[in-house]
Every structure is written in structure tokens, then in C-alpha cells.
Design a protein around this ligand. Sequence first.
Ligand SMILES: [Zn+2]
Ligand SMILES: [Zn+2]
Length: 133
Amino acid sequence: MGSENGPATPVVSGPTCSDCQAALQSAGRHAVSFLLVATLTVPVVGCDEHLEQFRAICDHTTDDAAKLLSHYPAGGIQCPGCRRAHNTHEHPVIQVEDGVAGVFACTTHETELIDRFETGLETRRQLHVDGPL
Ligand SMILES: [Zn+2]
Ligand SMILES: [Zn+2]
């Protein structure tokens, strides 16, 4: 793996899934999914497995089911900032189990999604959900 080519990509420390890393490396060109939580439609990047875990955690924070789309949502992304997000600055990367999820939204919605994720984690902890995997 070369370390001196390509644009700046999110730096992740700790044990991470190589599929997630690969997805982040190619983010902006393809491999972008869309997470639909409540009123948010947020472009996210990661491997299928960890994006699904990310979705499941966010699902705890909404009455409607959180959805993960692998294609551009039919209704589009409402927020212009999120729509252009892959062209802009740096984006936060969230640790999901031993993988990562890159959140490619505007700053406002990045924060909102991360808040939801943390709330979802807390809810899950309190529920002691350990369903079949
Ligand atoms: Zn992964
Ligand atoms: Zn936005």
C-alpha cells in the first residue's frame, strides 16, 4: 500500500475492517450508500457489513425504520450541503464495531447523524439487545 498518492482521506486508528478502509479510499467516486434516518438522508461510506451495523444502531433512535440505500435516493438529498459533501473538506469517520463508517454530509448533518449514532449505541446498551447474529 503506497502512502503518498491520492487526496487526503480520513485517517483511522485502531483495528479496522479492510473492506471499510477500501471503501473509504474510493469514496467520492463510488461505493457511496445513503442512510435514511428520520428526516436525514446522509451519504455514508463503509463496507456492507458495517454500514448495516451502523444502520441498525441508528434504527434505535427513530420510530420509522432507518434505511440503507445502495443507490441515489428517489427523492434526492434535500440539503444542498450534503449533496455536494463529497467535494468538500474532511469528513468524520465513525468507529462501528471493528469497522468504520465515513459520513459525507454537511457539518450540520454530520453532527446530527453522529449524535443519533451515539444515542443509538446508548439505547442499545440499555436494552441489552443481543439478538441472533
Ligand atoms: Zn467493514
Ligand atoms: Zn446537510
